[in-house]
Design a protein around this ligand. Structure first.
Ligand SMILES: [Zn+2]
Length: 415
């Protein structure tokens, strides 16, 4: 949510983003209830509104077979095809984007398909794909790897679940649906809703309130979306999973390049993770093991870090937050399973009191920073949890399965 900082956006957009997050939560809950009741809320008939003709930009940017799918799906579910196609581009660029990413979203519209994943955290709740999957290619099953099935399912979800209006709806109403699909209107990675709408206009969107299309060769944004489930699968995400390690444990100092000034020490089992994350995301660690924090948290275990950007660029810290599973929509809890991916238990960032970048750290007693806790056998809620006033290590700590092995570039399977 550093949008106004990294993208020079004014605060009202950020506020709008928050509202959209709340709205998304409401529609998600509503969707669940409707699914439980077995109501068919997907298919609606075509409206009287005429679908826009594809512009030159649309024809240049979208493969003919895909354009055909977007238009057919839009017609079936009564949604503006330019909007649907622009979401598709935002999620996957010109590629097919067929696979399931590490966050549990997949396909041409990056729809949540794996229960208990970052994209669909509650294992007892059916995923969006389970609830709304459409067999559009007629092979007898809804398949996430089928572009036709994915695009039709995306159209079906956008209308009732994400609140997109019918064909002929206004610019503002479609923009809000884009916010809902992403989980925020914008964040430190992307001005998602504005990029989607700008592209839709380039493709021929003419809803009320639309701005004039910009020069096609000029302001065409690059694809940068991450799916409607929030985003851990970001360009910087995909850290490669977790493993549990037992002792031996000791406090070990971090190298000087990531703790300038007073050297910090951590439980030896997370040292590799800390070095990896700090160097990869350009952070300095301002605290690790420490007794001046919550006594039953992970700092006294040496299993939490406080960090800030080495060069003052908080966009890097936002990338780190995203990579460890943090999302704006769950920032006030910061906790597993929705706001921290294993091996992490808790992330304190924008939206959590006393944490976050300079624009979001309110109140801010410890100064702007991100806090990341690793899950341990002595973490809050675990049997060994207790207030600690000296270093008494946890029996086990979850760590990255292979720091550096799973986090290379190109993990964002899009296009
Ligand atoms: Zn901390």
């Amino acid at each position: 949510m550093t949008s106004h900082e990294t993208n020079q956006r004014p605060r009202p957009l950020w506020a709008l983003g928050l509202l959209a997050v709340l709205a998304a939560a409401v529609v998600a809950v509503a969707g669940t209830f409707m699914a439980v009741l077995g109501a068919d809320i997907g298919c609606v008939g075509g409206s009287g509104s005429v679908q826009a003709a594809p512009t030159k930009t649309a024809k240049q940017e979208i493969a003919p077979w895909k354009l055909k799918l977007y238009r057919a799906a839009a017609k079936r579910f009564d949604i503006d095809w330019t909007f649907l196609a622009s979401i598709g581009y935002q999620e996957c660029g010109n590629g097919a984007c067929p696979e399931i990413n590490p966050s549990g979203c997949g396909g041409a519209m990056q729809i949540a398909v794996v229960r208990g994943s970052a994209c669909s955290p509650d294992p007892s709740v059916p995923t969006l794909w389970e609830r709304y999957g459409v067999d559009a290619d007629g092979d007898g099953k809804a398949s996430i790897t089928s572009p036709a099935d994915s695009i039709f399912t995306g159209a079906r979800i956008l209308r009732p679940v994400m609140g997109a209006p019918r064909t002929g709806g206004s610019y503002a109403a479609y923009r809000e649906a884009a916010c809902n699909y992403y989980g925020a209107c914008a964040d430190g990675l992307t001005s998602y809703a504005d990029e989607v709408m700008a592209r839709a206009v380039q493709y021929g969107f003419r809803g009320a309130g639309s701005p004039e299309p910009s020069d096609p060769a000029g302001a065409r944004p690059a694809p940068s979306g991450n799916g409607q489930c929030g985003t851990s699968q970001s360009p910087s995400g995909g850290l490669g999973g977790a493993k549990r390690v037992n002792g031996p444990a000791e406090l070990k100092s971090l190298p000087a390049d990531i703790t300038p000034g007073t050297p910090e020490a951590c439980d030896s089992r997370i040292i590799a993770d800390v070095i990896y994350l700090a160097r990869r995301f350009g952070q300095v660690v301002t605290d690790c093991f420490g007794l001046g924090h919550t006594p039953d948290g992970e700092h006294p275990l040496g299993a939490a870090i406080d960090a800030a950007p080495k060069d003052g660029n908080w966009a890097n810290t936002m990338r780190l937050a995203r990579a460890v599973g943090w999302k704006p929509s769950c920032a006030s809890s910061g906790s597993r399973p929705v706001c921290a991916d294993p091996p992490f238990r808790f992330v304190g960032y924008n939206g959590y009191p006393n944490h976050g970048d300079p624009a979001h750290c309110v109140p801010c007693s410890g100064g702007p920073h991100i806090h990341i806790s690793w899950q341990t056998s002595a973490s809050p809620g675990m049997p060994e949890n207790a207030s600690r006033y000296s270093y008494i290590p946890a029996t086990w700590i979850e760590v990255l399965a292979g720091p550096g092995s799973g986090g290379g570039s190109g993990k964002g399977k899009r296009g």
